[in-house]
Design a binder for this molecule. Structure first.
Ligand code: 0A1
Ligand code: ZN
Length: 893
C-alpha cells in the first residue's frame, strides 16, 4: 500500500544520502566507488516520433535484476518531460510508483525476482532548443544525436553507464520531405510511408552496446556509396552523408575508411561486423567525431576534404579521424569500458592504432614527429598544471572534462610502450588475447594490462603506475667512457614531479631505446631497449671501440623529459648524423630551444639580439642536407611558443613572441639566398594535385621557406606572398600565403584577406571561413582584441556553431598569447565574459575555453592576479555549469 511505498521512498533516500556521503565528495564521482549496476537492461526498443514542435520517445526496456534482492531502480534522465511510465503494463504513479529529481527517476519497487520485467516510458524533448549538442539536437535543420559520455539520459530515462549493454531496436518517424534520410545503428529492417507526408524506418543492432554508442539521424542529406569486401568475403555497404553542397568533399574520407578497414584486418585480424557502415557529417558538433556503432557522426572539419578547401594537414586529420572512429568498432564498441574512469582503455588504444595506421599510410618518422609535437606542446603542459591527472583519473565532476590530451595522447604513448617492451609479435598476442577474452564485455585498463602480461608471460605489475601517477617523469642520463677497458657506463635516473593530490611518486617502468654511435654516425652498439624500473640504474656496455655519442630515447620511446646535457657541437652532430630520424629532428629542436631561450634572456636584460653564427650554420646545413622534405621542414621550423614557455618562469609572453619573430626574420634575412633557391626549386607550376607524402613534403618545405622569407615584412616579401597566393592551386598554399602576410598590414594583405573571404562565401565553404577567422584571431597587433571583437560582429560569425566560436574566440585565447596576456587584463576580461556567456548555451565548449586560464600560476604577479580574478568570477557565478565550475575551481586550488 501507500505506507509501504512511502517507507520504501524514505529508505531509498536514506540509502542514497549515505552512499553519496561515503562515495562522493562535493558531488564528485570517484573511481574507488565503482559498484556493478543493480539492474541490467537486456533489450531496448525505441520509437522516435519527430515533429517540428517536439520529439516524443517511446521506450520499452527489458530490465533484469542483478541481485535476487531487487530494490529501487534509479534511472538517469535530464531535461526530459515525462509523459508516462508503466511497469509490466501497469501505469506507475508519481510518489507511490516512482519519484523524480533533477537528474533522474526512481522506480520504487520493481518486482524482486530474477525474471526480466518490462518498463515502458514515454518522454518528450525539444531538440530545436538543445544548444548543448548533447542528446538529440538539431544541426542545420537536421536531427542528430550525441550520447557519449552522458547524453543518452537527455533522450530518455535510462541506466546511462557503459557497463549496461543492450541490444537495440529503433523506429524513427518523421516528415519525408524535410528528413528523407533516416538512420540508426545496425541494419535497416523496415521502411514505409505514412499519411500526411511522413515516413518511418526501423533498425536492429544485433550487437550489445552501451547507450553512449546509440545514434539516430533524420536529415536531408546527400551521400556517396561504396563497398568493402571483408577478409571472410562479406560485402559491406559504405555510405558517407553530408549536406548537398559538400558532397564533392567526401571521397577522401571514403578512401580513408576503406584503407582503415583493410589495415585493421591485416594488422590486428579485426573484421567489420555489420552489413552497413555510415558516416554522417554535421556542422554543429562539440568534438571531432563519434564512433556510434555502424553510424559514425563527424564534425564536418574532420571529414570533408578537397583540394581547394582542405590543407594537407586537414587531409591528414580526416584520414586519422576516420580511422580512429572506425577502429573504435573493436577497441571501444565490441570491447567497451566498464566505467568512465577507464576511458583511456578505448581512447589511448584507439589513438595508438590511428597513429600507427597513419604512419603506415604516410611516413613513420613524420608521423612520430607530429605526435610528439602534440605531446610536448600540449600534453606536457596539461600534466604540469592544476588539472594534471593520470591517464586513468581518480575523480571527476563532469566526465566531459576528461576527454583530455592526457587520456588520449599520453594514453596512446602508454600503449606504445607495451609495444616497445613486448615487440610487434608480443603486442599482437596481447591484443588477440584481449579481444578473445573480452569481446562483448565492458572492461578495465587492468584487464588490458593483464591480457598483455598473460599473452607474453611477463610481469607488468609495475607498469600499472603509468595508470595511477600523473605528471611527466624526467629521465636523467649520465654516461662515461673508459678507453682502457673499452666500456661505456650509463646511469639513468628517474623522477616525477608532484602533481595535485600526489606529492610523491614511485619509479615507473620506462623503456629507453638507445644506440651508441661513432663519430661518423655508425653503430658502436646496435639499438636496444633498456628497461628503467628503479629510481636509478647503471648499465655497462663492453667492447665499445671508441668514445660513443649516445642516441637516447630514440623515437621518443617513453613520454618523458630527457635531462641529458649535450654540447652544442654534439647536438649539431646528432641533428646531422643520428640514424633515428626522430632523434635527428629532436636534436635540431633542442639546439633551437637553447638559442631562443638565450635570446629571451637577452631581450629581458635589454641586450641587442643576435642569432649565433653557429646556429645559422646548422640551419644552413639542414637546408642543404639530402633529407625527406617533410623532415627537413620540421627540422627547420623553430620550437613553438608553448615548448619554449615551459622552460620559463614566469612565462614572459611578450619576450617570447618578440624573440620568435626576431629569429624568423633574422633567419629569413641571413639565409635569403638559400631559402629563395630552395623555394624556387620546390615550385612546380604544372603539378597535378596529390596528397602523396612527397607532394605534401614539397609544399610543406616550400611554405616553411616562404614563412622565413616573409618574416621581414618588406615590400619584396609581401609581393612574393601575394604571388604565392594567386598562383596557388591548393588550400595549403593559399592559407600559407595568407598566414605569412597576416602580421603585416598592407595592400597585399587586404587583397588576399578579402579574396580569401569572398571566395569562401561565394562557395558556401564554412570550414574555409573558419580558417579566415582563425588567421585573424591569432595575429598579434596592439589592437588585436578590438579586431577579435569586430570579428564576432562579422556577418559570418555565429555564436551557436562550435567550430566558428572556436575559430575566433579559442584561437584568440590560445594562439594569440601576446594579446590574450596583455598586461591591461583586457584579454582576460574578454575571455572570462565569453566563458560565462557560452556556458549558458554550451557548457562543453565553454569549459574548454575556460582552460585558457588554467596555468595562471606560471605568469608574473600582475597577470596572476588578473587571471585569478577571472577564475574566481567564473567559479562564483551562481548559474555556472558543473563542467565550467570544475575547471575554474580546480584551477584555483
Ligand atoms: N569518442 C569520441 C570522442 C567524443 C567524446 C565526446 C563527444 O561528445 C561530446 C563526442 C566525441 C572519439 O574519441 O572520437
Ligand atoms: Zn576515440
Amino acid at each position: 500500500g501507500i505506507a509501504a511505498a512511502a517507507a520504501a521512498v524514505a529508505a531509498y533516500w536514506a540509502y542514497r544520502k549515505l552512499r553519496s556521503k561515503k562515495a562522493a565528495s562535493d558531488g564528485k564521482v570517484l573511481r574507488s566507488a565503482y559498484a556493478p549496476p543493480p539492474y541490467t537492461i537486456e533489450h531496448v526498443d525505441l520509437d522516435f516520433i519527430l515533429t517540428e514542435a517536439e520529439a516524443v520517445v517511446y521506450s520499452t526496456l527489458r530490465v533484469k535484476s542483478n541481485h535476487a534482492a531487487g530494490g529501487p531502480l534509479y534511472l538517469d534522465g535530464e531535461d526530459l518531460e515525462l509523459r508516462s511510465i508503466s511497469l509490466d503494463g501497469v501505469p506507475l504513479q508519481e510518489g507511490t510508483g516512482y519519484t523524480r529529481g533533477e537528474e533522474g527517476l526512481t522506480v520504487l519497487s520493481p518486482p524482486a525476482k530474477p525474471l526480466p520485467f518490462e518498463l515502458k516510458i514515454v518522454v518528450a524533448t525539444k531538440p530545436q532548443d538543445n544548444t548543448q549538442l548533447s542528446g538529440l539536437y538539431k544541426t542545420s535543420g537536421n536531427y542528430c544525436t550525441q550520447c557519449e559520455a552522458v547524453g543518452f539520459r537527455r533522450i530518455t530515462y535510462f541506466l546511462d553507464r557503459p557497463d549496461v549493454m543492450s541490444t537495440y531496436k529503433v523506429r524513427v518517424e518523421a516528415d519525408k520531405k524535410l528528413y528523407p534520410i533516416l538512420l540508426s545503428n545496425g541494419n535497416e529492417v523496415g521502411r514505409g510511408d505514412l499519411p500526411a507526408g511522413r515516413h518511418w524506418a526501423a533498425f536492429e543492432d544485433p550487437f550489445k552496446k552501451p547507450c553512449y554508442l546509440f545514434a539516430l539521424v533524420a536529415a536531408k542529406l546527400e551521400g556517396i556509396e561504396s563497398e568493402f569486401t571483408t577478409c571472410s568475403g562479406r560485402k559491406v555497404r559504405l555510405y558517407i552523408w553530408s549536406e548537398s553542397e559538400n558532397k564533392d568533399q567526401l571521397d577522401w574520407a571514403m578512401q580513408s575508411l576503406k584503407d582503415s578497414m583493410a589495415w585493421d584486418e591485416r594488422k590486428y585480424g579485426r573484421e567489420y561486423d555489420l552489413d552497413v557502415f555510415h558516416i554522417v557529417a554535421v556542422n554543429d558538433f562539440n568534438m571531432g567525431a563519434m564512433e556510434n556503432k555502424g553510424l559514425n557522426v563527424f564534425n564536418t572539419a574532420c571529414v570533408l576534404a578537397k583540394q581547394s578547401t582542405a590543407t594537407d594537414d586537414d587531409y591528414e586529420r580526416v584520414q586519422g579521424v576516420v580511422a580512429h572512429e572506425y577502429f573504435h568498432n573493436w577497441t571501444g564498441n565490441r570491447v567497451t569500458c566498464r566505467d568512465w574512469f577507464q576511458l583511456t582503455l578505448k581512447e589511448g588504444l584507439t589513438v595508438y592504432r590511428d597513429q600507427t595506421f597513419s604512419a603506415d599510410m604516410t611516413s613513420p618518422a613524420v608521423q612520430r614527429i607530429e605526435n610528439v609535437r602534440v605531446m610536448r606542446s600540449h600534453q606536457f603542459v596539461e600534466d604540469s598544471g592544476p588539472m594534471a591527472h593520470p591517464i586513468r583519473p581518480e575523480s571527476y565532476l563532469a566526465i566531459d572534462n576528461f576527454y583530455t590530451l592526457t587520456v588520449y595522447e599520453k594514453g596512446a604513448e602508454v600503449i606504445r610502450m607495451y609495444h616497445t617492451l613486448l615487440g610487434e609479435e608480443g603486442f599482437r598476442k596481447g591484443t588477440d588475447l584481449y579481444f578473445d577474452r573480452h569481446d562483448g564485455c565492458a572492461v578495465t585498463c587492468d584487464d588490458f594490462r593483464a591480457a598483455m602480461a598473460d599473452a607474453n608471460g611477463r610481469d607488468l605489475t609495475q607498469f600499472e603506475r603509468w595508470y595511477t601517477q600523473a605528471g611527466t617523469p624526467t629521465v636523467k642520463a649520465a654516461g662515461a667512457y673508459d678507453g682502457a677497458t673499452k666500456t661505456y657506463t650509463l646511469t639513468l635516473s628517474q623522477s616525477t614531479p608532484p602533481t595535485p593530490g600526489q606529492p610523491t611518486k614511485l619509479p615507473l617502468h620506462i623503456p629507453v631505446r638507445i644506440k651508441l654511435l661513432d663519430r661518423k654516425g655508425g653503430a658502436l652498439l646496435p639499438e636496444r631497449i633498456l628497461e628503467l624500473t628503479e629510481a636509478s640504474q647503471t648499465f655497462v656496455f663492453n667492447s665499445i671501440a671508441s668514445e660513443p655519442v649516445l642516441s637516447l630515447l630514440r623515437g621518443f620511446s617513453a613520454p618523458v623529459k630527457l635531462d641529458f646535457p649535450l654540447s652544442d657541437e654534439t647536438l649539431a652532430f646528432l641533428a646531422a648524423h643520428d640514424d633515428d630520424p626522430f632523434n635527428r629532428w629532436d636534436a635540431s629542436q633542442q639546439l633551437g630551444k637553447r638559442v631562443l631561450l638565450a635570446l629571451v634572456a637577452d631581450r629581458q636584460s635589454r641586450q641587442q639580439l643576435e642569432l649565433p653564427d653557429a646556429f645559422v650554420a646548422t640551419f644552413k646545413a639542414t637546408l642543404a642536407a639530402s633529407l625527406d622534405a617533410s623532415l627537413k621542414a620540421y627540422s627547420l621550423a623553430l620550437p613553438d611558443y608553448s615548448v619554449l614557455a615551459q622552460d620559463m618562469s614566469p612565462i614572459d609572453p611578450d619576450a617570447l613572441i618578440a624573440v620568435l619573430r626576431f629569429a624568423r626574420r633574422s633567419l629569413g634575412q641571413r639565409m635569403r639566398k638559400e631559402l629563395l633557391a630552395m623555394y624556387e626549386s620546390l615550385t612546380s607550376p604544372n603539378e597535378k594535385f596529390s596528397v602523396a607524402p612527397s607532394e605534401v613534403g614539397r609544399r610543406r618545405l616550400r611554405n616553411v621557406c616562404l614563412d622565413f622569407l616573409a618574416a621581414g615584412g618588406d615590400e619584396q616579401s609581401l609581393q612574393m606572398c601575394r604571388k604565392h597566393f594567386h598562383a596557388a592551386t591548393t588550400m595549403t598554399d593559399r592559407l600559407a600565403a595568407f598566414k605569412a602576410l597576416a602580421p603585416f598590414p598592407s595592400e597585399a594583405l587586404d587583397e588576399v584577406q578579402s579574396i580569401f573571404y569572398e571566395r569562401a562565401k561565394a562557395n558556401n565553404e564554412a570550414l574555409v571561413i573558419n580558417k579566415w577567422f582563425a588567421v585573424q584571431a591569432s595575429t598579434y597587433s596592439t589592437d588585436a582584441l578590438e579586431k577579435v571583437k569586430a570579428l564576432t560582429k562579422h556577418e559570418a560569425f555565429d555564436g551557436t556553431n562550435p567550430n566558428r566560436v572556436r575559430s575566433v574566440i579559442n584561437t584568440f585565447a590560445a594562439l594569440n598569447p601576446a594579446a590574450f596576456h596583455d598586461l591591461s587584463g583586457s584579454g582576460y576580461e574578454y575571455i572570462g565574459t565569453q566563458v560565462l556567456d557560452l556556458d549558458k548555451r554550451n557548457p562543453q565548449v565553454a569549459s574548454r575555453l575556460c582552460n585558457n586560464f588554467r596555468d595562471w600560476k606560471k605568469y608574473n604577479q600582475k597577470r596572476q592576479a588578473l587571471m585569478k580574478a577571472q577564475l574566481v568570477r567564473i567559479r562564483d557565478c551562481k548559474t555556472v555549469s558543473k563542467d565550467v565550475f570544475e575547471i575554474a575551481s580546480r584551477s584555483l586550488e
